[in-house]
Design a protein around this ligand. Structure first.
Ligand code: ZN
Ligand code: ZN
Ligand code: ZN
Length: 336
């Protein structure tokens, strides 16, 4: 069903997951498997008639905590491993037609706390080396269920893009004595042309080196490695920054803006990563209101991205849609 195969040309793992062909594909709204189970209705993934934020194991996982033995035998050239890991789904809201952008900031704060819990819990599993929290949003990204949700993959290895950022951060630390992301934050804040929004604890920018027209990164101002190091005040600031950015995204083209959202933080393999720096990256596939950026020959075959727009211009567009976050009275103490 599922196994990890080694790609010797790139020196990285990929997973086969043929059973995922049977996944539910864009079901009608009445048959959404992520909605609360209705009285007398068909049982969904969530047996409760209501929930706030719910987390459960993906029914079509590409990684499992007790994986079956690989279907093929390994060789020296082609190592093979069981696809061990965990795949979880996080439901942001019981409301089928909502989205993270439309949820109140108080709900986004709860999500930040759920991410923190899952990072700790999955990170403590002995076979897990990296906890990858992400969201694919919108049909443009290939999402098969519209209900607002994100995912977590707990990998038995450090995935290649993270490994690359770790290498670059370690080498920067070695040559300059400083953190790479701290330097990026300082450069972006002092330049200011590419900043989208700032608050006490976080900065959102379309970085100098963005690959996608509206690629936006949220950096922690404080040098820290993982989401579970955020203080209560910083959790509130992160929720506010996410709300600000997501609302600006939606306003940009007056649409429910599609994106991939990924959280980049330290591995959980027991090593120290003091030189790394927690951040969140968004890759929206839109170039204009109705044009997508495709990953074509140069991007896919050579790994070189062609960004046909300037981050300085795109950041100004997004910045025009930034507005203050409104908290309900009871959380007003956390307002900035
Ligand atoms: Zn639903
Ligand atoms: Zn740093
Ligand atoms: Zn990153």
């Amino acid at each position: 069903m599922s196994e990890l195969r080694w790609n010797p040309l790139l020196g990285e793992w990929l997973v086969t997951a043929t059973h995922r062909q049977d996944r539910t594909f864009l079901p009608p709204d009445d048959f959404c498997p992520l909605c609360p189970t209705k009285d007398g209705g068909f049982p969904t993934e969530v047996p409760e008639s209501d929930y706030d934020i719910a987390v459960f194991e993906n029914r079509f996982p590409s990684l499992k905590s007790n994986p079956e033995a690989p279907m093929v035998s390994a060789s020296e050239l082609y190592p093979v491993r069981p696809a061990q890991g965990v795949c979880e789904v996080i439901l942001y809201s019981p409301n089928h037609n909502s989205s993270l952008a439309q949820e109140p900031v108080e709900q986004i704060l709860k999500l930040v706390q759920v991410w923190t819990d899952r990072f700790r819990e999955l990170g403590a599993l002995p076979f897990v080396k990296y906890v990858f929290i992400f969201e694919n949003k919108g049909e443009a990204i290939g999402v098969t269920l519209h209900h607002p949700h994100g995912q977590i993959y707990a990998y038995p290895f450090i995935p290649p893009r993270i490994a690359r950022e770790l290498e670059q951060s370690a080498s920067h630390q070695k040559t300059t004595g400083r953190c790479l992301v701290c330097d990026v934050v300082a450069a972006e804040v002092s330049d200011a042309r590419r900043t989208v929004a700032e608050n006490d604890s976080f900065v959102a920018v379309i970085p100098f080196f963005a690959r996608w027209p509206y690629e936006t990164h949220i950096y922690a101002r404080r040098h820290l490695q993982a989401i579970d190091e955020l203080t209560a005040a910083e959790q509130i600031q992160l929720a506010a920054m996410l709300k600000t950015l997501l609302v600006a995204f939606d306003k940009l083209f007056n649409t429910s803006f599609p994106y991939m959202m990924v959280i980049h933080q330290r591995p959980v393999d027991g090593e120290r990563y003091d030189y790394y720096h927690f951040h969140i990256e968004f890759y929206p596939p839109l170039r204009t209101a109705n044009k997508l950026k495709y990953l074509a020959g140069s991007e896919t075959g050579a790994g070189m991205f062609i960004n046909d727009s300037l981050p300085e211009i795109k950041a100004a567009e997004l910045r025009a849609h930034v507005e203050p976050v409104v908290w309900r009275a009871e959380t007003a103490s956390g307002n900035d």
